[in-house]
Write a protein that binds this ligand. Structure first.
Ligand code: HEM
Length: 193
């Protein structure tokens, strides 16, 4: 990684490509309803900030980028999803981790390996996943959610090429009478600053 991945003495490696304020208005959400499902066109702002690094057990060094995602339904301009979290990178083995929480009492620690840049395209690929029940990359949720609207798995693929970001994510839910329902979100964003 070259020099502009280093900010205030911290090497953010691939995470440097995330830093900035991103906006996108091509979002599509697929979400469950009791006897059907809904599809919601949306727009959003995701703000990623450099947040330094941490040492774990005096051995592991993780670069840290903090983010806040605010998502609005196009039909009524209401914020209908809010998410705060971190992306972490371990330069020793190119492990990447996304940790986040949503205000439904659900928290996720998802992990993966940094994807290889697609050669000449220089597109960075961040791909992470988690499963409920895993003691490592997992999902925890409050009792109501565990019993009524359980998240059983989460996967997220985010790519960055210059000032364009794309993502797809799938949150697998057991809710109502549905088992393993794929609640999906996809959008393309552009860096504003
Ligand atoms: C762009 C991202 C997302 C959007 C726009 C979104 C939107 C929605 C919508 C519209 C519903 C249907 C119920 C309602 O209207 O409140 C829903 C349900 C749900 N979402 Fe998401 N969601 C997103 C991401 C996530 C993520 C990342 C998770 C967890 C890892 C999650 C967990 C849930 C759960 C557990 C429910 C079921 C709760 C219920 O319907 O009562 N969502 N979401």
């Amino acid at each position: 990684m070259n020099d502009h991945t280093t900010i205030d003495g911290v090497n953010y490696g691939p995470l440097a490509a995330l830093i900035g304020v991103w906006k996108g208005d091509k979002g599509v959400d697929r979400a469950p309803e009791p006897n059907a499902e809904e599809r919601n066109p949306y727009y959003e702002t995701i703000t990623f900030e450099a947040a330094g690094d941490v040492d774990n057990a005096e051995e592991q060094v993780l670069a840290v980028v903090r983010y806040h995602q605010v998502v609005s339904r196009k039909s009524n301009d209401e914020v209908f999803h809010d998410q705060v979290g971190y992306w972490l990178w371990d330069s020793a083995d190119d492990t990447i981790v996304e940790t986040f929480t949503i205000p439904r009492a659900v928290a996720v620690v998802a992990g993966g390996k940094l994807g290889q840049p697609e050669s000449l395209a220089q597109e960075l690929v961040f791909e992470v996943s988690a499963e409920t029940g895993s003691l490592e990359f997992g999902i925890v949720q409050a009792p109501f959610m565990f019993n009524k609207a359980k998240t059983t798995a989460f996967s997220h693929r985010l790519t960055v090429k210059g000032d364009e970001m794309r993502y797809t994510e799938t949150t697998v839910l057991d809710i109502y009478e549905k088992k393993a329902y794929d609640h999906t979100d996809v959008n393309t964003l552009t860096r504003q600053e």
